[in-house]
Design a protein around this ligand. Structure first.
Ligand code: M6R
Length: 607
């Protein structure tokens, strides 16, 4: 979850490190720091809080030097204080680390017995002291690092610099690290996005790799200690900086981008000559013949899988299992021969999802992934990849990534239904038409922004909120609750409306608003009864429905938003949007840090 950058070259690195950290801040933003080598001395500047605090400190004490490392942190061990911020250093060596060293306590005890003095509560500091100890024993830098890394258990990506060497060392074990090849300068970074403005030429370390960089040479060793090569590619990442434009927050900008990016994603699946939805045939072939499809993801991406289960089962008539990655990866689920495992991830770096993928790989499943970030680890480890074309998503709360994931999954479900003969040509045309209308309908839904803001103003001081829906609106209710929790810190839960009377109905009183997602579909009468059960107990309903739904239930809803007539097939994609707006406005009224909410990080690369 932390972001790492390292540079060895012939220019002053301090400002370049800070620019790199800006592109890595989505990984963690509770503290940051840089270290450089100048006149055989390690110089360091660190700050608690957002990167801007580091920038302000650097104005007073700019660090010189052509070799340096930087870090933006998401705290695992030790509070987010300046003292725990990376780089950690002695007078000989400085280290930045992403990951968790599981055996750090045992190493720390051992080093303390050898009179090492620790200055932080982090697991990372043991790496520094191990290397330092080895250097003091007379080992050369490379040997000292190798011996230190051999002691570590857990996951890490590290970048290491030395006071007395024109050298930078990197290593990867379970956590991604990319190398950038420049002209008389070399780079390390957590991802290719951070490197894109610096160089187009990049390669990715594999697990167990260690890399030794000078300004003109890169030498990679594999797990067995043999010199190896990792393919150098020209990154497709844009080096451009993404701005907020006229929007107050990235999240709002990203909500508003949805008509366009859903359109782009759809267009990538619309066959240019036939106008049919078309998915690469090898993907359809694997899915069609699979005895089981297993979809795995985390957070919002998991809710996209939940919706997809309805599409795959109800329309394509294909059974599929869905699971959250952090549970799936340890459950040792038996997997069928010729099975297909499908992974959904915005970042393509979520560690639990990646480990679930690796488990499925070992079980000989075909691996398909749907990712937004190009050149991610999940993409590289998959057999087939479909990209959502959401563009960079900067706000921690996922919005446009979610609706483009849904769009992609709907296209797969439709193409598969047709290929399997589960729907006839007329139905296929009807569903494809519904998909093509999404961008226009999404734009219309955004026109309700102000009405939603007015509701937000009236509910922003509540302590709890419930969301409910049936069928495909059930995952959207879960997603709505997650969004609200993340950015407004209001406690919220999403429920299947039919489940309410099995427990959650006890929570209802006049202080708990209940968001009801009630498209006028085949389950409308059922949800109408659920609404009456809520109202009978004093609950205040915020209803999202279409014209018919709103007019028939207006008297029971404290607030209602009529969002147009939407085909049930695409309703989950479109109903996600007002729910995002409601969370956004509630958080904005409360004045929380919407794009970088407390305790969270955009990309979760630790367990
Ligand atoms: O990058 P991923 O899609 O794999 O991330 C999965 C979750 O961490 C992510 O969706 C998270 O729940 C979001 N912050 C939700 O808004």
């Amino acid at each position: 979850m932390c972001g790492i950058i390292g540079i060895i070259g012939d220019k002053q690195v301090s400002p370049i490190l800070v620019e790199g950290l800006k592109r890595l801040e989505y990984r963690g933003y509770d503290s940051s720091g840089i270290a450089t080598i100048a006149n055989n001395n390690i110089q360091r500047c660190r700050a608690e809080g957002k990167l801007v605090n580091l920038e302000n400190k650097l104005k007073q004490s700019n660090l010189s030097g052509n070799i340096g490392i930087g870090h933006t942190r998401w705290a695992t061990h030790g509070e987010p204080t300046e003292n725990n911020a990376h780089p950690h250093a002695t007078s000989n060596v400085a280290v930045v680390h992403n990951g968790i060293i599981e055996n750090y306590k045992e190493i720390k005890e051992e080093l303390e017995k050898a009179q090492c003095k620790f200055n932080s509560d982090t697991d990372t500091e043991v790496i520094v002291h191990l290397i330092n100890h080895n250097l003091n024993q007379g080992m050369k830098a490379q040997e000292a690092v190798n011996a230190a890394l051999d002691r570590l258990e857990g996951a890490y990506a590290v970048a290491i610099i030395f006071s007395d060497e024109e050298l930078m060392i990197g290593a990867r074990q379970g956590t991604p690290l990319a190398i950038g090849y420049g002209d008389n300068q070399m780079f390390l970074a957590s991802d290719s996005y951070a490197l894109a403005p610096l160089t187009r030429k990049i390669s990715f370390l594999e697990d167990g790799d260690r890399v030794f960089l000078t300004k003109s040479e890169v030498t990679i060793y594999d797990e067995q200690g043999n010199i190896t090569q990792r393919p150098i590619r020209i990154t497709a990442q844009s080096g451009a900086t993404t701005g907020k434009g006229e929007y107050k927050h990235f999240m709002l900008k990203e909500i508003y981008e949805q008509p366009a990016v859903i359109g782009d994603t759809l267009n990538s699946f619309i066959h240019p000559s036939t106008g049919h939805i078309s998915i690469p045939k090898e993907i359809l072939h694997s899915l069609e013949n699979a005895p089981r499809i297993t979809m795995v993801a985390c957070g919002t991406a998991f809710y996209a899988c939940m919706v997809a289960k309805y599409w795959f089962e109800q329309i394509a008539k294909i059974h599929c299992e869905i699971d959250i990655a952090s549970e799936f990866r340890y459950r040792e689920s038996p997997m069928p021969e010729d099975g297909v495992a499908l992974f959904v991830s915005q970042s393509g770096e979520t560690l639990d999802t990646l480990e679930a993928l690796r488990y499925c790989r070992k079980q000989n499943q075909k691996i398909i992934s749907i990712v937004n970030t190009i050149e991610s680890t999940i993409e590289r480890e998959s057999d087939y990849v479909l990209h959502t074309l959401a563009g960079p998503e900067i706000g921690v709360a996922s919005t446009k990534a979610f609706t483009t994931q849904l769009t992609t999954l709907a296209c797969i479900a439709l193409a598969l239904s047709k290929r399997k003969g589960a729907i006839d040509t007329a139905k296929e045309a009807e569903l494809a038409e519904a998909l093509r209308h999404i961008p226009k309908q999404a734009a219309k839904i955004l026109n309700h922004d102000n009405e939603i803001l007015q509701i937000a103003k009236q509910v922003s001081d509540v302590k709890d909120m419930l969301y409910m829906g049936r069928s495909m609106m059930y995952p959207i209710a879960m997603e709505g609750a997650l969004k609200l929790k993340e950015i407004s810190y209001i406690h919220a839960e999403g429920y299947a409306a039919g489940e309410l009377k099995h427990g959650p109905i006890a929570l209802i009183d006049e202080t708990v608003p209940i968001v009801v997602l009630a498209p006028n579909d085949y389950l409308f009468d059922k949800i109408a009864s659920n609404i009456q059960e809520i109202v009978a107990r004093g609950g205040k309903v915020i209803m999202f429905s279409d014209k018919k739904g709103v007019s028939s239930l207006k008297e029971y809803s404290r607030w209602s938003i009529e969002i147009g007539n939407i085909h049930p097939f695409v309703a989950p994609i479109l109903y996600a949007i007002p729910v995002q707006l409601l969370s956004y406005h509630i958080a904005a009224v409360k004045g929380t840090d919407i794009d970088q909410p407390r305790n969270l990080a955009k990309s979760v690369t630790v367990e």
